[in-house]
Design a protein around this ligand. Sequence first.
Ligand SMILES: *Cc1c(COP(=O)(O)O)cnc(C)c1O
Length: 379
Amino acid sequence: MMDWAVPLSQLVIEDDDLRAVTDTYRSGWLSMGPRTQEFEDLFSRFVGTEHAVAVTNGTAALHLMCLAVGLTAGDEVIVPSLTFVATVNAVRYTGATPVFADIAGLVRPWMSAPACEQMITSRTKAVMYVGYGGHAGEIGALRDLCDRRGLILLEDAAHAAGSWWHGRHLGTFGAAGAFSMFSNKNLAVGEGGVVVTADKTVASRVRLLRSHGMTTLTWDRHRGRARNYDVVALGYNYRIDEPRATLASCRLGRLAEENHRRAQLDARYREALGDLDVVIPLPPVEGLVSAHHLFTVVLPEDVDRDAFREQLSDRGIQTSVHYPPVHRTAVYAASQELPITDQYATRTVTLPMFSRMRDEQQEHVVSATGKALARTRCL
Ligand SMILES: *Cc1c(COP(=O)(O)O)cnc(C)c1O
């Protein structure tokens, strides 16, 4: 493993977390059970909705959410292209057709509500919003659009654990929302995901499909609460296990505080990079509490991005690109024109952002960014 002076993200597991996980391993029950239930209760309270269903990863959460609202072959679902490919794959798994909509702008790299509206056809069934970087973006406008046009609003809230828009948690604006607990996410346990919904029918559908479409759980039978089961739907094994659910509960207790530190780092980046010739997306706006999952900059057109990233890498700073646009990947190769997405995707760089970042690490990133910008422009 490369030893970065400043990695893109960094995960620290506390001793308390390890103790709780060790206790779980000693409990005699490792697959989905009481600790998963406990985490689901904590998470649904945290986001302020009725139901939370924990699953094995964020992609499974997206897939089950799409199935539970009834997406199927022949449906079209409007999605951003500037997202991780799993957002779009989840739609495809159901047989529905993803249709890409452009982002709002370089400073506003989220799916634009007017662009979304333009893509609506008689087959459109749903809109899948991604709260890019933890920002609420145009969620309000999209909710209104979906209401007006009779479409189902779904949210990929993988970046948005701890993001509120006017007091409402992202992931709870539409029919359902999906979260990821992958290693580099704000609420990280390694692999894990959660579906949230206020709709009882959607929740019970997700629960059923999470565990093979079976009417009882092994845990119920273990406790003598049930003896038999029927299989009433073509389900999956998308269960989470108890050690990860335990870790998730522990880490959830610290999420708001960790996101607060991210907010400080975000503000310092904005101030320190403000004089450079870069566009800084995802502006703070009134009414938004963001998870600050990502800090990105958009380089001037004449900067060679690879050279820029190389310069940072030479100084021990890890960067990334969020994202290579999905409509340009070989598996989708969509013929749609998404000019702003293309602009953003070719010029964006993601800088390190994690709650444990020390001030001097951030200063190192800031000064290296200024130097790299000056050098790569003259090339
Ligand atoms: C991480 C991520 C996912 C996938 O989550 P996994 O837990 O890795 O399956 C989906 N969508 C977005 C936007 C993500 O960032």
